[in-house]
Design a protein around this ligand. Sequence first.
Ligand SMILES: [Zn+2]
Length: 247
Amino acid sequence: MNAAPADQIRLLDLQALDSRLDQLAHRRRTLPEHAEIEQRSTDLAQLRSLTVAAETQLSDTQRELTKAEQDVDQVRQRAARNQKLLDSGSVGSAKDLTNLQHEVGSLAKRQSDLEDVVLEIMERLESGQTRVSEMTARRDEAERSVKEAEERRATSYGSIDAEVEKVTRDRETLAAAIPADLMKLYTRLRTQNAGVGAARLFQRRCEGCRVELSITDLGAVRSAAADEVVRCENCGRILIRTSESGL
Ligand SMILES: [Zn+2]
């Protein structure tokens, strides 16, 4: 294949732009924020479920308290009714009176036990409320933390994408100036060789594979016409000759 030396040199500039685009794509894929957001989101999901669990437990305790308070109320009302009956003096028989007095006594004991239960539930309610506030605060903090990392990632995306756009435009302009057959060869070699299709021959060394050319290969390159597209015998990339090639 033949191509004007100036077009061959353009290939080096094109390679530099393509390598830059590859770097930018790699940076975009491997931003530290990706792993950070994933970790923080996992933490957030866990905190959300812990918060829900704490809230559920709290509302169970609240229901338990309502029920216990109703129990106390019932016993209290019954005791009041009995006391009223006793006070009225309408209970005639000694046996009924004894039974009634006995019931008043056991209701007082029952009321006291139930009030202890209410107190115990109220203590649990208080620690449950504390737990809910703690978990809610930690969940909110985790939400802010995820959002903050996402914002940082968006900022990085923004600057990477702006550069990608600019380099892509420069690349299009440059590519348009390079002959189609040379472009086709370059593109194929670039795909086959880890993103590098054209390399500079610098001080007898191929900058694509870093291997120094043998005497024979060097002789072949030296005798090749300036518009002949030469390739590295080792890696197959297009070798671009410059004044620093050591020929
Ligand atoms: Zn090479």
